[in-house]
Design a protein around this ligand. Structure first.
Ligand SMILES: Cc1cc2nc3c(=O)[nH]c(=O)nc-3n(C[C@H](O)[C@H](O)[C@H](O)COP(=O)(O)O)c2cc1C
Length: 364
């Protein structure tokens, strides 16, 4: 079958991998309502094309904290890639680089921070799960010296939500494929094969929660930009600016944490309106078409990330499959730009998208 869309890639990937691994990737929290809503709500949005504008030459490039990427679609941090494919995070970084974009390496990587940096030809972020100050300091220092361009702190997991498919399948993670970040300090590794991981692996003496007031401490560890991932409300977005973050990712973790929230795209415009130019605002959860990415940019995002589609590409054909997935989205995005009468990203305006009147305008 020729792969012409991400839906084709998803189908091809599903046919290649064991069903419990498929469920692990596709699964979401509880009833998976938020995951479903993430994709459905994009269908509520519509574009307004404009014609008779010379759009013969288009430039999709942008910068992410000063680092250039060829188009504004990047790969979200997501653990488990090495369980899916022997090249795992290496393939994701290679695929992103080959396509001209950024890869965000998760804490739960099968390869080390340095191994991934060695193969990457595009910019990298390091995604951080904080649990303990000493471990965080170790990870942030390594990411900085390996050349990563930002620290992306994921905050939407004060606990984890059961993925009921994993429970039913008795799906087991292979810890050795998730602990690459801790190669030199195995005692710091916390990924286990348990189905619903939690911070219960830490004794109360070891676990040190992070709060708004302690972001100063995190920032004091490095001069890299700090991005906070998992923001769903205007309140939290404004607090990110107040407490000195440089950027945010408006994200609901692809519906994998708390269920029954708004879709991520419904929250985007109120957030970008509230924070203005104070933060670089990125977006993820539910992007499956270049038009989704285009509409997220019209609603004020500087760039977007995809999570599950990178797994589909990798299952299909390793790094080449990741590149294929990104190239499809890039080409679709480019067509939206042209149809709406724009030559570059700075021309994209809110008027190119219709927001349904029934969408919430005030998100606390
Ligand atoms: C299998 C899987 C593992 C993930 N692991 C992480 C992770 O370790 N850290 C993190 O910040 N987000 C993680 N995510 C969430 C992604 O970064 C991203 O927010 C989400 O996948 C976006 O939604 P989408 O899959 O609809 O594109 C994971 C997502 C999936 C599907």
């Amino acid at each position: 079958m020729d792969i012409v869309s991400l839906a084709d890639l998803k189908q091809a990937a599903k046919e290649k991998i064991p069903s419990d691994l498929w469920d692990f990737i596709e699964g979401a929290a509880f009833d998976e309502v938020t995951k479903q809503r993430n994709e459905e709500k994009f269908l509520d949005l519509t574009m307004n094309p404009n014609f008779l504008i010379d759009v013969g030459t288009r430039n999709l490039s942008t910068t992410v904290f000063g680092k250039k990427i060829d188009f504004p679609i990047m790969i979200a941090p997501a653990g488990g890639k090495r369980q899916l494919h022997p090249e795992g995070e290496i393939a994701a970084a290679k695929g992103a680089g080959m396509s001209g974009t950024l890869y965000a390496l998760p804490t739960a990587s099968g390869f080390s921070i340095e191994e991934v940096a060695e193969v990457a030809s595009g910019p990298l972020w390091f995604q951080l799960y904080h649990s303990n100050d000493e471990i965080t300091e170790f990870l942030v220092t390594k990411a900085k010296s390996a050349g990563y361009s930002a620290i992306c702190l994921t905050v939407d997991g004060p606990t984890s939500a059961p993925k009921e498919k994993d429970l039913r399948n008795n799906f087991r993670r292979k810890p050795e494929l998730y602990n690459g970040s801790f190669r030199e300090r195995p005692e710091f590794a916390r990924s286990t094969d348990i189905i619903v991981p939690d911070f219960s692996d830490f004794s109360p003496e070891e676990y040190q929660g992070l709060t708004w007031e302690r972001l100063d401490w995190l920032k004091s560890l490095t001069n890299l930009p700090l991005v906070i991932k998992g923001i769903r409300t205007v309140r939290d977005a404004l607090l990110c600016a107040e407490y000195g973050a440089d950027g945010i990712v408006v994200s609901n973790h692809g519906g994998r944490q708390i269920d029954r929230t708004l879709s991520s795209i419904e929250t985007l415009y109120p957030i970008t309106q509230a924070v203005g130019e104070n933060l670089e605002v990125y977006f993820d959860s539910g992007i499956r078409r270049g038009s989704d990415a285009f509409m997220a940019l019209a609603l004020g995002a500087r760039g977007v990330f995809v999570g599950r589609p990178a797994f589909w590409g990798m299952a299909y054909q390793g790094a080449e499959g990741v590149k294929l997935m990104l190239d499809i989205l890039k080409s679709e995005f480019d067509r939206c730009l042209a149809f709406c009468g724009y030559r570059n990203l700075s021309e994209i305006e809110i008027g190119s998208v219709n927001i349904p009147t029934h969408w919430p305008v005030n998100i606390p």
